[in-house]
Design a binder for this molecule. Structure first.
Ligand SMILES: [Zn+2]
Length: 164
């Protein structure tokens, strides 16, 4: 059975024909070899598949309980710190759908507010959601920098799943 993802706001098809994985595969890091001409890691989820991420995703980022272990801000991501040097981790939504970014080609970049984190070679994954349906509804975020995994996260409250 294949899954399709639709925009919860307009019903528009965002991704189709995807097969569920039992869990999120191990994250890759950029190894210095460009992927499709870009400095980014190999995709976490192969084309044609998706996985549900049980870990928090995206903002808000809050001080980590483990300040000494330098935990990543989100799985596979960098360690980030706040204005006072405290280590921050995501306390965002759990249960995001992780896709290969190229499996949702209709999505448009959504401008993030001024002051949002700026990536190096791509989207750093510690800013507000930055991918929108063509109707304008914000539906997810891409992580695609040279020091992050390479993933598209669809927000569970912004998309509808169907089977066909
Ligand atoms: Zn829409």
């Amino acid at each position: 059975m294949r899954t399709e993802f639709r925009c919860a706001a307009c019903g528009g098809l965002l991704a189709a024909g995807l097969e569920a994985l039992p869990n999120v595969p191990p994250r890759h890091v950029f190894d210095g070899e460009p992927v499709d001409g870009r400095r980014q890691a190999a995709p976490t989820v192969p084309r044609g598949h998706y996985a549900v991420d049980p870990e928090p995703h995206g903002p808000p980022f809050v001080p980590a309980e483990d300040q000494d272990g330098f935990p990543p801000a989100y799985p596979g991501g960098p360690c980030i710190s706040g204005p006072d040097g405290e280590v921050l981790v995501s306390a965002g939504v759990r249960g995001t759908f992780v896709l290969h970014p190229l499996d949702a080609p209709a999505l448009l970049p959504h401008p993030t507010p001024p002051g949002s984190p700026i990536g190096c070679c791509g989207a750093p994954g510690d800013g507000p959601p930055d991918r929108a349906c063509p109707c304008g509804a914000v539906v997810g975020s891409e992580i695609s920098d040279c020091y992050t995994p390479y993933e598209l996260h669809l927000l569970p409250g912004a998309v509808l799943l169907g089977a066909r």
